[in-house]
Design a protein around this ligand. Sequence first.
Ligand code: 3PG
Ligand code: MG
Length: 416
Amino acid sequence: MRSIDDLDVAGRRVLLRCDLNVPLDLKGAPSAGGAAPPATPRVITDDGRIRASLPVIKKLSGRGARVVIMAHLGRPKGADFAERAAGGPSLRVVAVRLAELLGKQVAFADDLAGPSAAATVAALTDGDVALLENVRFEPAETSKDDSERARLAARLAELGDVYVGDGFGVVHRKQASVYDLPALLPHAAGDLILAEVAVLKRLTEKPARPYVVILGGSKVSDKLGVIGNLLGLADRLLIGGGMGYTFLKALGYEVGNSLLEADQVDSVKQVLADADRRGVEIVLPTDIVAATHFAPDADSVVVPADEIPADREGVDIGPDTRALFAAKLIDARTVFWNGPLGVFEFPAFAAGTRAVAEELTKVDGLTVIGGGDSAAAVRSFGLPDAAFGHISTGGGASLEYLEGKTLPGLTALETD
Ligand code: 3PG
Ligand code: MG
C-alpha cells in the first residue's frame, strides 16, 4: 500500500476518507416520552476516532494540501438526501470538535457532492481543512448497486485531485467513498490505516504466545466466523458478555432471561468440539451477576453459571470469573479483546469489564483493544490509552481482518 509520503499533495485538493463515527448522546432531550427532535444538539461521548484522525489531517495540511474530509455518522434513514439530512445525524458537531482539537478552522459543507461542497472546496487555500456533511445522507453511498455507487463516486471525484483512505473503522464496507472513489484518483493509505494494519499483522502472523483472545458483546452470530478462524491462531479464548449465555446454554445450563441466540446453540457446540480437538482452551464464566431486569438499579445476585434463576438475566461476569480470567491473562504475551463482558454502561454491572481492562494493563506483551464499545468502556473507566498496546478504531473491521476476510477499503488502496 502506498503511503501519503509517496503522494504529491502540496497545493492539491486531497479527498480524505476518515472514520469520524463517534458515539453521540442527546443534549437537552425530553426526559420522558417522545423522541428528541432531529435538530436537538448532540454531544460527543468519546472523541477517540476524531483524535485518531488528527495525525493524517495535520500532516496533509502541513504539507500544503487543501484537505477535504469525508466521513459518515450513524446510519441515517430516508429515501433521499433531503429526508436524511432532515433526520440527521449531522457531522456539524464533529466539525466543531475537530476544529477545537486541531486548533484551526474547519470549513463545513452542508452537503456532500452538491453546491455547498463545491463552494466550500473552491474557497480553500493551501493548508486549509474542510469537512463535508455525512456521506450517508446520500443513499448511493451504501447502495448495493455498483452503478449507483459509481455515479456518486464520480461526483465526489470532481472535488479532489488525489484520494487518501484513512477510515480504518469502515474498510470492511464496500461503499462509494471507501471502495469506489479511490479507483478514480491517485490514492494512498493514511497513517492510521497503516498503523492499524501493522498491529493486526502482529496478531495474525507469528503472534507471541500464549495468545489470548477475549470476546464479549451481545451477538454470538456476529462472531462465529472470527471464532472459527481464531481457533487456528489463538491459544485461549475467554468468553463473556451477552454472547456468553449461548455458550453456557450449549453446555446444557439454563440461562433464565439472559440474552440467548437459541438458533446458534448447535453451532456453538460445534465450536466447543473443534476447540477441544485443536487444543484451544475455551474459558467460560463460572459465576454470573443475575439481575431481575435490565435497569441500572435492578436487584442483582451472584450465582454459579449453572444456576441462573429462571426469572433473572445475566448482566455481568461474577467475582470468581473475574479472578479466573485474570489468571488466564497473567502469562499472556499477546491479547486481543473485543466486546464488553457485561452491561458496563450501568455502573453496578461494569465490574467484569473493568476488571478485564485493568488486567490488560498488567500484561507483559502486545495488548490490542478492538472496537468502539470496548474502547469507550476502557476510556469510561479512566484508563489512559497509553496503558494498552493499541486501541483500534475499528471493531467490525478488525474482527473481519482477524476472520481472514478481504476488506474492500484495503483492497481499493492496494490496487493501483
Ligand atoms: C463503526 O462504527 O462500526 C464504523 O464506523 C462502521 O459503521 P457501520 O457499522 O455503520 O458501517
Ligand atoms: Mg459497526
